[in-house]
Design a protein around this ligand. Sequence first.
Ligand SMILES: Cc1cc2nc3c(=O)[nH]c(=O)nc-3n(C[C@H](O)[C@H](O)[C@H](O)COP(=O)(O)OP(=O)(O)OC[C@H]3O[C@@H](n4cnc5c(N)ncnc54)[C@H](O)[C@@H]3O)c2cc1C
Length: 372
Amino acid sequence: MRAEIAILGGGCAGLSLAHALATADSARAVVVVERRTQYDEDRTWCGWAIEPHAFASCVRRRWDRWRVSTAEAQHEIAAGTIAYESVGAGAFYATALASVDASPAVTLLAGAAVADVAELDACSVVTLNDGRRIEAQWVIDTLPRRRELTYPWMWQSFVGFELEAPEAGAGDVPDLMDFRVPQADGVTFLYVIPFARDRALFELTRFAPQRTPKRELERALRVELALRFPRGYRIVRREHADLPMSPADRRVAGRRIPAGIAGGAMRPATGFAFHAIQRWASRCAADLVAGRSPHAAAMHPGLLWMDRVFMSVVRDDPQHAPELYARLFARTSPDALVRFLAGAPRVSDVADVAGALPIGRFTRAAARSIVA
Ligand SMILES: Cc1cc2nc3c(=O)[nH]c(=O)nc-3n(C[C@H](O)[C@H](O)[C@H](O)COP(=O)(O)OP(=O)(O)OC[C@H]3O[C@@H](n4cnc5c(N)ncnc54)[C@H](O)[C@@H]3O)c2cc1C
């Protein structure tokens, strides 16, 4: 089989690019190789859309307030011009798959796993586990990589239940970080996304040097939920993740462009990736349609260094992390912080964020990171 573009992995990044190419009405032949045979409502993508994206019709809810809570204080923050939004995976997959299905140029090979990719002079050859081969001019590689994390990077592990219970979503303000939960190794918080008065997503999240076992997080989540809903609750959906809060190896090898989490779309210090993937997909599709080399996501080295310093402060002193995050959200202007977290800050945003953090602790960590 021949294609101009082979997209390896039809998850968030792969399908975002496939959707952008399918709806661009381009004649370029695209093949998406995806291991799964069926798509489920397996996650909810939340974040801030700092620019319009192709999946606006899949947004479940938007909020113009959010909260960060510590044992000492609750900070409710009013949005500036950028709302927090939630995109359901079910609607995202259905939209992308419909446009792929309608496009004569884009083919999805579902239930097919990539076994090998070889770089030849004139093309790349992708071999599937059933022996089929695809010769492609460009390979966009979103396949997850095995990662070992070194200091100061950490795993973000979470278990989430979307549930129904009276008043589960009362107040209608997302809790981005509620640190009023027992702290074990690392930094633990509850994340709550209210969808309706009686429906919300509750996630118990931990940042730690090692992945936290799913069972342990689930047990802790159930303890929290029993306290909040002594009369019980009904779980309607579950989520689980171990996200590497670390830079990806984004080396572009010849015609093989890494993308998605594997390409560094996730800002190491945050775990947010969905909206960065949308910005990348739109630029990458425009490049491919115009016959240019495809855009590879790139994070500014200065921001990466700031993430390294921030993560080293959190990892060295997890007890003070709640206070750090609270300061960051409470003392930075919301739009500046949102652009910063999205990896697209203005110079003044960086100054705003730096001004919110305890200068002594960060100067010492910055000095150590330069020496190292
Ligand atoms: C439960 C969960 C919740 C999340 N919530 C948020 C959030 O709220 N906000 C946010 O910004 N980010 C969130 N993320 C992080 C990130 O946005 C997602 O992980 C996102 O799906 C990453 O996109 P991706 O394309 O890199 O990887 P994926 O979407 O995982 O896509 C990779 C694809 O490759 C396929 N694949 C793997 N191996 C092979 C193979 N050998 N051959 C063929 N196909 C293969 C997989 O089946 C998968 O479909 C969340 C992640 C998870 C897991």
